[in-house]
Design a protein around this ligand. Sequence first.
Ligand code: COA
Length: 147
Amino acid sequence: MRAEFFRLDAGHLDEVLALEQRCFSMPWTAKQFGLAFEQKVFSVFGLRAGGRLLAYASVYHAAGELEILNVAVLPECRRRGLGRRLLGLLLQVARKMGITRAVLEVRTGNAPAIALYEGLGFARAGRRPRYYADTGEDALIYTLNLV
Ligand SMILES: CC(C)(COP(=O)(O)OP(=O)(O)OC[C@H]1O[C@@H](n2cnc3c(N)ncnc32)[C@H](O)[C@@H]1OP(=O)(O)O)[C@@H](O)C(=O)NCCC(=O)NCCS
């Protein structure tokens, strides 16, 4: 699928919210996104085709570190390499910015995301017990050296 990589801003809020709500049990709200977009260290990148947002990833970047907050692909577009492509492009941007390390948290039960991250070279660096309030799942911490 030919999809264009682009950076989203507050003007894309409705599209991000629609995707977010289809992908997460505890979606970010318009208010959370609105506040995040006001911060310089927050960015959202996406893939779109035919005018439709297919995938997005949100990040914080500060002190030489990229924190990947969320990655989501439309349910009907999964397993086509979009998640891997989006994160690959995002990590390229981060390297160009001089960012040396990427870090993220993932639910222990999220096998698709864990496989995606491990496939990109992320390594398990720790665990936060019962981190997710809705299910009581642990969070696994993954990191990737970018240098
Ligand atoms: C996790 C997610 C972003 C993956 O996106 P995707 O576009 O389907 O992933 P890709 O097609 O790029 O897959 C890349 C690799 O990840 C792994 N993977 C992806 N989905 C998988 C699944 N359902 N089961 C097992 N492995 C999976 C595979 O190793 C895959 O490589 P392969 O297809 O060559 O075997 C997507 O499933 C999603 O949006 N999930 C809901 C939101 C979420 O949980 N986000 C992550 C937490 S923040």
